[in-house]
Design a protein around this ligand. Structure first.
Ligand code: KG4
Ligand code: ZN
Length: 349
């Protein structure tokens, strides 16, 4: 069925599917904006023991949960598969085995029903989640995507046009939070734990050296190594002997360093592009200190920040279904040869 015909009908319902990392998610979104259902089955409990996402376990869990999650999303929206106008699925970037589960499932649904298939980039999905959560956001804007797998800046010209300005050259910000939480023996995922422990502490008590690359890139591994040496000595082998208060001060100092680098590079991107709006997406966009400091620094320079509610920051399929509508409208459909494309990185996600 041609997309123009579908989009001429009154309400267009997109079923979105997301399985790029450790969340199996499905959602039904109407006309790119109205979330009719959003189901997220997290695998955090499965990976907690290992202090990080184990790809093999993630794939197996996606295989087990994808069908019930999609069925629940349809049931919560009060519709059947035949009521859906198109199927949108995350096909890149992420863990290749995890992505393949969602992509294969979506392709099967498209083949069985004859509905159009739309391929959605996960990072662009995080950028669109800002618009979903903050409808007042307009383009152009600088988009900062900060998650467990990605830390990048974009100039977003529309919902579907994003020019990459820079990104991390080593760890993603969320990955650094998770690794530092492991060093501090806090648990997984580290971001929310470090955020909570740092509240009310003086972040200058234990300061870490910031690395700010010349352009619009990021680097967090130096700050992470600084924490490792601080906690386990220069040979990184000593046992962790910090008191509870010292641990909280280290956490606060680490968080402050990461936040400062994110704020500095984001404002640099605004000055360079002359965009005066900033959208922040991805799991680390939940961070209270980042929200506080970026909002204050942006306001000082006359920029406006848009942070979606936390439920839109972390992985979900509503952002995939919502962006899928815009891609469908632009005629960007995929065929059944659609493949999963992994993150181009040798470490982390
Ligand atoms: O976007 P997301 O759900 O998954 C990826 O696409 O990676 O992000 C998960 C990441 C984890 O690294 C987690 O530690 C981090 O987001 N995170 C936070 C906070 N909440 C989640 N990092 C810092 N502060 C938070 N409050
Ligand atoms: Zn994500």
């Amino acid at each position: 069925m041609p997309c123009s015909f579908i989009l001429a009908t009154s309400t267009v319902l997109i079923l979105g599917i997301e399985s790029s990392c450790d969340e199996t998610a499905a959602a039904v979104v109407a006309d790119g904006r109205e979330i009719r259902s959003s189901v997220v089955q997290s695998q955090i409990d499965l990976h907690r023991t290992y202090g990080g996402v184990v790809p093999e376990l993630a794939c197996r869990a996606h295989i087990e949960t994808i069908q019930p999650v999609v069925e629940k999303a349809l049931a919560d929206a009060g519709i059947g598969l035949s009521d859906v106008d198109a199927i949108a699925v995350t096909n890149a970037p992420g863990l290749v085995g995890a992505l393949l589960v969602g992509v294969s499932f979506a392709k099967s649904l498209a083949l069985a029903t004859g509905k159009p298939l739309v391929a959605v980039d996960h990072i662009h999905g995080h950028i669109y989640a800002v618009k979903l959560g903050c409808p007042a956001l307009e383009y152009p804007c600088v988009s900062l995507v900060v998650s467990g797998g990605h830390t990048s800046l974009y100039l977003s010209k529309s919902e579907i046009e994003h020019e990459r300005l820079g990104g991390t050259t080593d760890d993603a910000a969320g990955e650094a939070f998770d690794k530092v939480a492991k060093i501090l023996e806090l648990g997984f995922p580290g971001g929310p734990l470090i955020d909570r422990l740092s509240r009310g502490r003086d972040p200058s008590k234990v300061a870490f050296k910031r690395t700010v690359p010349e352009g619009l890139d990021f680097s967090f591994s130096g700050i992470k190594t600084g924490v490792l040496y601080k906690v386990r000595g220069q040979d990184a082998k000593a046992a962790m002997t910090l008191s509870e208060d010292e641990r909280r001060d280290v956490a606060a100092g680490f968080q402050e360093a990461v936040v400062d680098v994110l704020v500095e590079q984001t404002l640099k991107a605004c000055r360079k592009t002359r965009a005066f709006r900033i959208g922040v997406g991805g799991g680390v966009a939940c961070n209270t200190r980042l929200r506080e400091k970026l909002e204050a620094a942006a306001a000082r320079e006359g920029y406006r920040c848009f942070f979606p509610p936390p439920v839109y920051c972390t992985d979900n399929a509503a952002m995939i279904a919502g962006l899928g509508w815009h891609l469908l409208k632009a005629g960007k459909t995929a065929d059944l040869w659609l493949d999963a494309v992994a993150t181009k990185k040798t470490r982390g996600r």
